[in-house]
Design a protein around this ligand. Structure first.
Ligand code: NAP
Length: 288
């Protein structure tokens, strides 16, 4: 199997980790990022940094987008103007309405869209341990196999483009419930005068346990929130989930409570973009 040349557009938290994983597997990478220094910082991997999306996609077999939202994705893909027939591996989280717009953009530009949001955060991106929620034409599977092997521990092929973005929302809704639940139990333990570490010890190894509670819970207890999944991006996804719940005719009150908590935390922080999602605990404990 030959390695395709991959153009990575967007080397933020996730895109940077994905570049490292692709390069470790020997896949040639051309890359572009709006803030050029983030792409430059990855050239030690052997990936080449370019000054525009169009330069980055020149000669690439696969265009991989890992950008903030649907507006950024569509804008950058238009600027890239890859030749018709190029495979477009769209990994950003764009939601239901966003994926419909990416499908329309792919049709208009003649690109072969594989809608493929990912599960996993900064560390799995760096380690090549993401879960890939792929949806799109069968004909791309062979070409993408080495890319998926490099990026992920598991790939689900889900059918027509759009299915991946739909499943991603269901997965992130679960992630937000775990995170918000962890925050509430830690805040409650503290509020009742109990060491919150005892809450994590109580669930450890039992049927109520999940590794995520320990990772996010450690941040919440220490009050240190280094970005793995940024609070601003998480709030963007909570809004996408709310819209999807409304579209599906399902009550949005659980997601609304999480979103309200994220927004309350963001209002008290000088730079909500610079903290992790786990900082949502501030929205439970700060009453300002
Ligand atoms: P991030 O670190 O904030 O990176 C966002 C990227 O989008 C950066 O490259 C940023 O460029 C670029 N960008 C934003 N607005 C843009 C615009 N208008 N035009 C061009 N580029 C723009 O976010 P991330 O955590 O890597 O997330 C990227 C995507 O993956 C998002 O859709 C997110 O929901 C999804 N995701 C994240 C995680 C996670 O745990 N972090 C997990 C799964 C999926 P600059 O550097 O110039 O700002």
């Amino acid at each position: 199997m030959t390695n395709p040349v991959v153009a990575v557009l967007g080397t933020g938290t996730m895109g940077a980790g994905m570049v490292r994983s692709l390069r470790r597997a020997g896949i040639p990478v051309r890359m572009w990022n709006r803030a050029a220094e983030k792409a430059q910082a990855l050239t030690d991997t052997g990936a080449e940094a370019f000054g525009s999306p169009a330069e980055a996609v020149a000669g690439a077999d696969v265009v991989l987008t890992m950008l903030f939202d649907a507006d950024a994705v569509i804008d950058v893909v238009r600027q890239a103007a890859a030749p018709a027939g190029t495979t477009w591996l769209q990994c950003s989280t764009v939601g239901v309405e966003g994926v419909e717009r990416t499908i329309a953009a792919a049709t208009e530009l003649g690109l072969v869209l594989v809608d493929c949001p990912v599960l996993g955060t900064k560390e799995p991106a760096e380690k090549g341990a993401l879960v890939l929620l792929a949806s799109g034409p069968e004909q791309t599977r062979e070409q993408l196999a080495p890319v998926f092997d490099a990026l992920g521990s598991k790939t689900l092929w889900l059918g027509e483009a759009g299915a991946g973005s739909r499943l991603k929302l269901a997965c992130n809704a679960w992630l937000f419930m775990i995170t918000a639940g962890t925050a509430q139990s830690i805040a409650l333990a503290r509020g009742l005068g109990v060491d919150p570490q005892h809450f994590l010890s109580a669930i450890e190894g039992g049927p109520l346990d999940t590794p995520y509670a320990h990772v996010k819970g450690a941040n919440m207890i220490s009050g240190q929130f280094p970005v793995s999944f940024g609070l601003t991006g998480a709030a963007k996804d909570a809004r996408l989930i709310r819209a999807a719940l409304q579209t599906a005719g399902i009550a949005d009150r659980l997601d609304a409570a999480v979103l309200e908590t994220m927004d309350a935390a963001a209002r008290t922080l000088p730079d909500p973009g610079a903290v992790d999602l786990s900082a949502l605990i501030i929205g439970l404990t700060d009453r300002s």
